[in-house]
Design a protein. Structure first.
Length: 482
């Protein structure tokens, strides 16, 4: 072959390689930087022309899908179940570039941008990019029960499988219909409704005093550290007790004398747990709280700015360690003081006890399926931490079982199913008898399949055992009947 032709051919090859390398820089290596640039509107126009994948419940129910907009070359999001899954699914308002919930945390999968190289190949082959389907762990029947039970109230319910972290129910009330978010006026109305805060996910963002549900954490720390045993009568159950110079009383006004930890938990004896918290000390309590996940964002596949960490909070609302001089460890041990927790965090506490002391990462996603129906990603269960020993978990299970059998949690009892649980009633405005009832539980106690946390805001003299426990019972029944 002519030498000149060979040189020309080589030059063409070199130029082609340079061209591919240059375009690949922006299409592959700099793709994320381009997407993150708020001044670059090209991803917005591209996204409107991509058929985002569907979001489905565990049983296949369509929770979100793409439908043709009035202009035939662009797509819009539709949410067939309306407000039922508004918070966990979220919304994708692509015209305004706003996303929330799974629509945001799984945006790459839903929009088909998980592989920039595949996107380039598809474009070269003339294929339109299509998103993948996200199959969730959510249970529509139980979600409906939870939503109905919270109707007309402000509160939250979250239920998960302690064995693998699969979230079955994530209900926050008041809710919202993601179908209306595409209307700027309606979105503005939702954002400015401060009285109800419908866009606020109370499961992951609501930071509330946990009341006596936190006694499970205190009991776990005491048992696991070897400070007490379940049946040694070493606690003072008399009332009142001076804690940090201020009298603390038992809710029922009963002085029980010397009692063991099991009785203290069964009847939710404040004075005994305050004594226990002071004996354990701040460092031990801080250590065990962190083991359960306090002071960290929950490891949920959900937008991080839609979650908050649980723990003690200072005057400005910032997290402070238990070792801070601002913390009253005696009152914190009974779920008071400056302690603020999310319902998800308390469900994680229940789940860790239920799963033999091992806490699994909570997750909303089961798998991702491509447009051809092939599973391209399975979200495997992952261990998050082991806050307590298996022996401690067994002891707590028996103690929480007594709470339900004969203590403050009898309203959660289910026919033929043993339930282990703990009530809580946080005083949010004692002068007006305004309380925040709580209940955490798992069932069946002998073979746990579901762990749950329920809380209701601003009730008039409501208690965990009378307000939250019956709600937990109905949701547990729905999940366990299946």
């Amino acid at each position: 072959m002519n030498v000149a032709i060979m040189r020309l051919f080589a030059a063409i090859v070199v130029l082609f390689v340079i061209l591919v390398a240059w375009t690949s820089r922006w299409s592959v290596f700099e793709a994320q930087a381009l997407r993150d640039n708020s001044l670059d509107k090209r991803p917005l126009f591209t996204a409107l022309r991509v058929k985002r994948g569907a979001i489905r419940a565990a049983d296949g129910t369509v929770l979100a899908r793409s439908v043709r907009a009035r202009r035939g070359d662009i797509w819009a999001r539709d949410y067939p179940t309306g407000s039922l899954f508004g918070h966990p699914v979220g919304y994708a308002n692509l015209i305004q570039g706003q996303l929330s919930g799974l629509e945001r945390s799984r945006n790459d999968e839903l929009s088909g941008t998980t592989s920039e190289l595949n996107s380039i190949i598809d474009q070269l082959q003339g294929k339109r990019r299509a998103g993948n389907t996200v199959v969730t762990t959510l249970d529509p029947d139980a979600q409906r029960v939870a939503t109905d039970r919270l109707s007309g109230q402000k509160g939250a319910i979250v239920a998960l499988d302690p064995r693998n972290g699969a979230v079955k129910v994530l209900a926050s009330s008041p809710g919202y219909d993601p179908n209306v978010v595409r209307d700027p006026e309606q979105l503005r109305a939702l954002n400015t409704d401060d009285a109800n805060a419908p866009l606020f996910d109370r499961v992951t963002q609501g930071a509330y005093p946990p009341g006596s549900t936190f006694k499970v954490v205190t009991a776990a720390a005491a048992l696991d550290s070897g400070k007490v045993t379940p049946d040694a009568p070493v606690l003072d159950g008399n009332t009142p007790r001076i804690v940090s110079g201020v009298p603390l009383r038992n809710d029922d006004g009963v002085s029980r004398g010397q009692i063991d930890l099991t009785e203290a938990l069964t009847y939710s004896v404040n004075t005994a747990f305050a004594q226990l918290g002071e004996q354990l000390g701040k460092q031990t309590m801080d250590d065990y709280m962190r083991r359960f996940g306090f002071y960290s964002l929950p490891p949920l596949d959900y937008p991080s700015d839609q979650m908050v960490a649980s723990g003690e909070r200072g005057p400005r609302g910032r997290l402070i360690p238990v070792t801070s001089p601002l913390v009253d460890v005696g009152r914190m041990a009974i779920g008071q003081d400056k302690l603020a927790v999310t319902p998800l965090q308390m469900a994680m506490v229940a789940a860790a006890v239920a799963n033999g002391g091992t806490l699994m990462k909570p997750r909303l996603t089961d798998k991702v399926v491509d447009p051809d129906g092939r599973t391209i990603k399975t979200i495997e269960p992952q261990e998050h931490s082991k806050p307590i020993s298996e022996q401690t978990a067994e002891q707590l299970t028996q103690m929480m079982g007594r709470v339900v059998d004969e203590g403050t949690g009898t309203a959660v009892q289910l026919p033929g199913i043993d339930v282990a649980g703990k009530t809580g009633t946080a005083e949010t405005n004692p002068a007006q008898d305004i309380t925040q009832p709580w209940f955490i539980a798992f069932a069946p106690a002998t073979d746990p399949q579901i762990a749950i946390a329920v809380t209701v805001e601003n009730t008039q003299n409501g208690f965990g055992g009378t307000v939250a426990a019956p709600i937990a019972r109905d949701v547990l029944a729905s999940l366990l009947d299946g």
